[in-house]
Design a protein around this ligand. Sequence first.
Ligand code: GLN
Length: 240
Amino acid sequence: MPALRVLSLYPELMNIYADRGNIAVLRARCEWRGIGFEHASSSLGQRFDPDAHDLIYMGGGQDRDQVAVARDMESTKREALHAAAGHGAVVLAVCGGYQLLGHSYELDGEELPGVGLVDLRTIREQGPRLIGNCAIEADLGTGPRVIAGFENHGGRTYLGPDETPLGRVISGHGNNGRDGFEGVHSGTVIGTYLHGPLLPKNIWLADRLIELALDIDLEPLPGDELEDAAHASARRAAGV
Ligand code: GLN
């Protein structure tokens, strides 16, 4: 049996809305199937081996924590992230983590560096924070599905012309509240504004990420009809 080797980036700093719950779901979905699960972390000042992980995860964070993280990420993790994504590791980044996957996050006249894994920029513009339940339609290779979650971000994200969003906003704000798109999906790199945390609310997505990371096909688990019912209620909360 394969093992899913997961690396959390800055887990103590980038964990707004209990985003670490995403890791708990990945672990449970693997262990319930007899798939091994290994979890490591890499934080300030630490480098990581790009060949040692199948899925690299980063949660959301407050602006002040992102300042330290952005600089550290650029100096200690940028190259390894590019190498890992280049050989097919899944990179999943939520909200504050998502913003740092691009070129820059501009706030209060300061430009925080991103790691440049995807072609996007984030700007803290005038205007209200984009807050509320959100639902998007996304296709991760198995047909269109709904991802339901909660967003709360001051930054507005703009994708470059050749970049593909993760999904189309059905309800909520998405990347910038204007263009009707949410997140980014480039090869095995996925960024999204959706907390929930994301994976407990969207079990199908957790399973799909495991499939992509390990290059395997998964069958549903007994009891997944309860997950489907929970997903329907998350969709209803988002007005879908
Ligand atoms: N600090 C970022 C913003 O407000 C990200 C917030 C978050 O991760 N929820 O845009």
